[in-house]
Design a protein around this ligand. Sequence first.
Ligand code: PEP
Ligand code: MG
Length: 588
Amino acid sequence: MKSFQEIYRKSENKITGIAAAPGIIIGEAYLFTKEKLEISKADINDINKAIEDLHEALEKSKKELNKIFTIAREKMDDVRAAIFEAQLMILDDPILIGTIISRLKEEKKQPEYIVDDEISKYQSRMILSHESYMKERALDIEDIKQRIIRNLQKKRWGSKIDHNVIVVSESLTPADTVLLSRNKVLAFVTDHGGITSHAAIISRSLNIPAVVGTHNATEQIKDGDKIIVDGFYGYTITNPTQAQIDFFTEKHNRLVELQKGLEELRDKPAVTKDGKEINIYANVDVTGEIDVVVASGAKGIGLYRSEQILNETGEFPTEEEQTLIYTKLSSRIYPNSVTIRVFDIGGDKFRFLDYQEPNPFLGLRGIRLLLENPTLFKTQLRAILKASVNRNIKIMLPMISTLDEVHASNKLLEECKHELKEKKVPFDDDIEIGIMVEVPSVAVMTKVFVEHIDFLSIGTNDLIQYLMAVDRGNDLVSDLYREFSPAVIRTLKHIIDDAKKAKKPVSICGEMAADTLAMPLLVGLGLENLSISSATIPYAKRIIRNFDYKKSKKLAEKCLKFTSQKEIEDEIQKFFTDNKIIRTRQII
Ligand code: PEP
Ligand code: MG
């Protein structure tokens, strides 16, 4: 089997684009070209007839869009289907229609010309916007414009797809994407479009792999060509070699295996029997895992352990390399968000110092090491900022133990923002910054810390280690490492209550959140956001969907009164038995 490097970097038949929807597909290309509509600027005599034609075309367009909206609602969630609702609203916009009619009366030109000119004005304003989101919306408006003009010219939309194909097109509108998805479309490849394009979002919702923004795929690929689409990395391979086919077939098979267990609960929310919704996010530890996260139905990445990059590469990536990594991450997870935890080096993780600290877990770890090495820290912060243009990245600080560390980190972040502004580099100026609560000093002072940060995430792995004074990796004392210790759950309660009083989002991202036994207790303690490994997500959903929030609150109240771990564990076990909840696996 050839290596990853040989397959990707050295292949000449590779077309690079943007990974818009994940998946691996090997199949036949179908070049989808839309007829270019000629616009007539001819004079008209009968204005009333032209106005009548315009209304008829608007009505027909509305009918078509309503149909697409219905299909979209069947296939994806309401938020995403709302794209078409927004398009329908444009068709009813009294100012736009009013302007078109007055111009018809004044200029006495073909309605298609006025429609084209007027809607194009709208679009140019959007294209000039600095926001990539607005630019993408301009493409959606193109769809409306073309639809009205086509209906004024009484032409039909059609595709002749009758067998499994990969659609290759200059660009795709959301409506094209939905309509084509009813046929046998395996994947999409487009010349234009970005990660925030609705066509990309829809592909993700419909689970159809897509690579967009290739610039010239339609020139390089011919109708009927055999191609491979890699929606994870954003590559398309034309007329692949046998080695490439073998490589991608194996990759595809591995993916199918991984996804088997996830399918059933993927699109179902983690909502208790009495209607309380819990947001489930994914923890990401290795780059390859993001593929599974996207397929797992997680609401985003609650913890991206960025130090894993160092473990994978064995060295510090440059600012440019990091920017690329975080940009890809942000794009892959969009429109959901990703919380990037800055390098948590030290402890039992990546070794940075030349000498072995006597007590690495109590030494220069996480934020302490970063503040001692501001150049390194700022390089990472700038890379994260540069990757934040989609506005879906949050920054999280590990191992915070004093307020001064929060202030010092905020100061460095401000410096980085200033540097980027000077160079006119775009970034999300409102990027949120939060902290891990994993050192007891922060837990005790939650009320004070929340005043200076945007969110908190409880890292029980370390919190338990530091609270109970038990090395989390030492077998000799593992008996003392107790997540159901009364001290642990009372500490959790204290953090959650203080965060909620200050209306700051609080989540939990330690392994305790992935212990299905702990789930009713955590929910009952008031946690609404859990970040767990993606493999655990369907199991977590199944448990949460099987109990009442009210009952879990009672369980937590009882457990908070107990003074021993045994009593707490017994009470939780009883909760599972009484409520007939089947626990398939404890920790995955
Ligand atoms: C934790 O401490 O709970 C945590 C999530 O961080 P890590 O396991 O990476 O130390
Ligand atoms: Mg930790």
